[in-house]
Design a protein around this ligand. Structure first.
Ligand code: FUB
Length: 320
């Protein structure tokens, strides 16, 4: 990075920390990490009308503190993955009146020209983490609480585990027959059907059995294979399992992505964009104060073998 790029990055970092994002900000990637003027984590991705959208949590923890300080999410878009636009802040914890903090991992999905944002937050009155859903007419928002209450709360899963942080990290998938599913979890992975309205559960919450599951499930499909990738152990690597049925059984296939640099967590989105597949994740590799609580979103290529299994991701500094 040359001197003027560093000065510009610092100027942008300073102004966004103080004022937040209230208008479009365009930047060109210099490789990994792709966003250098703020810390971003837990990426999710969506392709809509030839544009790739990345949704991420905003790591706001000021050094030298080392805790999660996350109050809002961010959205970035690009049509060619080199020049990106960050759009005005699309969703904050305070947009969920029943939540009290922790803008943790999330995913946005489209159905019938509406965009649904599933997000993990800390509940104000029901002990533990919860999952809310927000809705918008546009992939860049603004989003508003779709229910006025959490979709999933900690007390709905106590028969599986007694920890208070197991109801996090939602990933949502609409199958070819139109049935939508939500998967989520920490320590225990869960899944349930969603009603066609996308804002209510349909049927029971069911456990998913996966070896050494920690958190961060992500569901995708290629051909007739379903892939369930997830963060495993701690510090986290990304592992994955495959199935010919969304209901399993899931067959464990091993490590997809090794420990990401200088960071305890690893959190992936997997998506096809313009005929290539991408692995979008975070690490703690930011030049200035990067680490487990000041993370940065990165993108590398994802490759499949002829039998459908995925090659281990090669994390690069150059990016794609
Ligand atoms: O960013 C907060 C939490 O850390 C996420 O919900 C997990 O996936 C891990 O990345």
């Amino acid at each position: 990075m040359n001197k003027s790029t560093i000065v510009a990055a610092f100027a942008l970092l300073f102004t966004t920390l103080i004022f937040g994002i209230d208008k479009d900000t365009t930047f060109t990637t210099q490789g990994n990490s792709i966003i250098r003027y703020k810390y971003t984590a837990d990426p999710a991705a969506l392709v809509h009308d030839g544009t790739l959208y990345i949704y991420a949590g905003h790591d706001e923890c000021p050094p030298p503190e080392n805790i999660y300080v996350m109050n809002e999410w961010c959205v970035f878009s690009s049509s060619e993955m080199k020049t990106w636009t960050e759009h005005p802040t699309p969703l904050k914890v305070t947009d969920f009146g029943w939540a009290k903090g922790d803008a943790w991992a999330s995913q946005v999905i489209e159905r019938n020209d509406k965009f649904y944002w599933y997000a993990a937050v800390e509940h104000k009155t029901i002990h533990g983490k919860s999952i809310g859903v927000a809705i918008s007419d546009s992939p860049i928002g603004p989003f508003k609480d779709a229910r006025g209450s959490a979709l999933i709360t900690n007390d709905m899963t106590t028969k599986f585990t007694h920890i208070s942080w197991d109801d996090i990290d939602p990933t949502v998938f609409i199958d070819d027959d139109g049935q939508a599913y939500i998967f989520w979890g920490n320590t225990q992975c869960y899944y349930a059907k969603l009603k066609e309205n996308m804002i209510d559960l349909e049927g029971p919450i069911m456990p998913v059995s996966l070896p050494r599951f920690t958190e961060a499930p992500w569901i995708h499909k290629k051909g007739d294979w379903y892939y369930l990738s997830y963060a495993s152990e701690f510090p986290e690597k990304i592992c994955y399992a495959m199935s010919k049925n969304i209901n399993g059984p899931w067959v464990y296939k091993g490590i997809l992505n090794e420990l990401a640099g200088n960071c305890n967590t690893n959190h992936q989105a997997i998506i096809e964009f313009k005929d290539n597949w991408y692995f979008i994740y975070h690490n703690g590799g930011a030049n200035v104060n990067g680490g487990s609580f000041r993370r940065s979103v990165c993108i590398d290529r994802l490759n499949y073998r002829s039998n459908g299994t995925m090659e281990r991701v090669r994390m690069t500094s150059e990016g794609i």
